[in-house]
Design a protein around this ligand. Structure first.
Ligand code: R5P
Length: 313
C-alpha cells in the first residue's frame, strides 16, 4: 500500500543522514521544510540497513549528508534515496556540503581512474539535484562536466572574508598552492587585502614541499586560505616557511575540515588559530554557511524540473 502523502505536492522534507542532524535542523526552518526521519544501521554481517520512517509521497525530499569518509556513507545514502523515490517522493535532492573525490580528477599513473567522474556516476541516477559547497574544481572546471543533474556550488568566500574582516587586523592572505589561487583571490578581493599564491609540490599524501614566500609587509598577519585541510601538510609546510622567514604564526582558514589523523592538533600548534566553515562538523567550525546554502537550496527547490526521474537502479 502506498504511504499517505505529506500535505501538499510542494511539501519539502529534509532528512538527515547520521551525523548531519544539526546541519539539517539549521536548514529546515529557513527552507520551510519538515524534518523527516530515517533509521540507518548495519546488519551483523556489515550490510547497511535503511528505513525511511517519514511518508514522503508527493514531497520534495532532500537528504542532507556531508560526504567526508565517503566510502562508509555512500551505500546507506543511496539506499535512503531509493527508499524516498520508492516512497513516491516528487524529487529527491542531495545536500552534500562536502563533496568528495573531486581531487581525483586526473590519471597520474597508468591503472588509476578519474574517481571524480565515477563517483558522480553513482549519484547521477539516484538524485534529481545536488547542492554542495566549494567543490574542488581544478582540472574539472564545472560540476556539470561530471554531474548530469542540476547542481549548485555555494561559495564560502563571502563568509570567510567577513570572518577575516572581523577577526584579523591587516591580513596578508596566502594560498598555499596554485589550486588555492581561486579561493584566496576571491576572499582577498572581497576583503580588499593583499594576497599571494605559493607553489607546492606534493610528493605523497603526507609529504609536500612549498617554494619560497613573497615579500610580506611588516605588521601584517599572514592568513593561509585553502579549500580542504586533510593531512594538514599543505598548511603545515606553508606555516613552516613563514616561521623560517621570521613571520608571525599564521591564521589558517579552510573551507572543509577533513583533518586526517592528528592533522588538527599539529596545525593548532603551528598556527595562531585554525578556523573552518561548517561543511563538516568539527571543533574548528567558526564560519556558518547556513544562509548561502539556504539561498542555493531554495533556488533549486523552485527550479521547474520534471518530477521523479525514472529509477535507473
Ligand atoms: C589541493 O590542492 C587542495 O587545494 C588542498 O591544498 C589540499 O587538499 C590540502 O591537503 P592536505 O591537507 O592533505 O595537504
Amino acid at each position: 500500500m502506498t504511504a499517505p502523502a505529506v500535505g501538499l505536492d510542494s511539501q519539502r522534507v529534509l532528512i538527515a543522514m547520521p551525523g548531519c542532524e544539526a546541519a539539517t535542523m539549521r536548514l529546515a526552518t529557513p527552507l520551510s521544510a519538515e524534518l523527516g526521519h530515517a533509521a540507518v544501521s548495519h546488519f551483523p554481517d556489515g550490510e547497511s540497513y535503511v528505513r525511511l520512517c517519514t511518508p514522503v509521497h508527493g514531497a520534495e525530499v532532500a537528504i542532507v549528508c556531508t560526504l567526508d569518509h565517503p566510502d562508509e556513507k555512500l551505500l546507506p545514502l543511496l539506499w535512503l534515496a531509493i527508499a524516498a523515490r520508492e516512497g513516491g517522493a516528487r524529487r529527491v535532492g542531495l545536500i552534500a556540503p562536502y563533496l568528495p573525490y573531486m581531487r581525483q580528477d586526473v590519471i597520474f599513473k597508468a591503472g588509476e581512474i578519474r574517481a571524480a567522474e565515477h563517483f558522480a556516476a553513482l549519484l547521477n541516477p539516484v538524485f534529481d539535484w545536488l547542492v554542495t559547497v566549494d567543490p574542488h574544481l581544478h582540472r574539472i572546471s564545472h560540476l556539470s562536466n561530471v554531474y548530469c543533474i542540476p547542481t549548485a556550488a555555494v561559495e564560502a568566500a563571502p563568509a570567510i572574508a567577513a570572518w577575516i574582516q572581523t577577526h584579523v587586523q591587516a591580513p596578508f592572505l596566502i594560498g598555499p598552492d596554485e589550486e588555492s589561487r581561486q579561493w584566496v583571490a576571491h576572499v582577498a578581493g572581497i576583503c580588499q587585502a593583499p594576497w599571494a599564491a605559493l607553489t607546492k609540490t606534493r610528493h605523497s599524501a603526507w609529504h609536500v614541499e612549498i617554494a619560497e614566500l613573497p615579500n610580506i609587509p611588516t605588521q601584517s598577519v599572514p592568513v593561509l586560505v585553502d579549500d580542504i585541510i586533510s593531512t594538514g601538510r599543505t598548511m603545515l609546510a606553508a606555516a613552516d616557511l613563514l616561521r623560517r622567514a621570521g613571520q608571525p604564526k599564521p591564521v589558517c582558514v579552510g573551507v572543509h575540515a577533513v583533518f586526517a589523523d592528528n592533522a588538527y592538533s599539529q596545525l593548532c600548534a603551528a598556527s595562531a588559530e585554525v578556523v573552518t566553515c561548517d561543511t563538516i562538523p568539527h571543533p574548528s567550525n567558526q564560519i556558518a554557511l547556513t544562509e548561502p546554502l539556504v539561498d542555493a537550496i531554495s533556488r533549486i527547490f523552485d527550479l521547474p524540473m520534471p518530477s521523479s526521474k525514472q529509477m535507473l537502479v
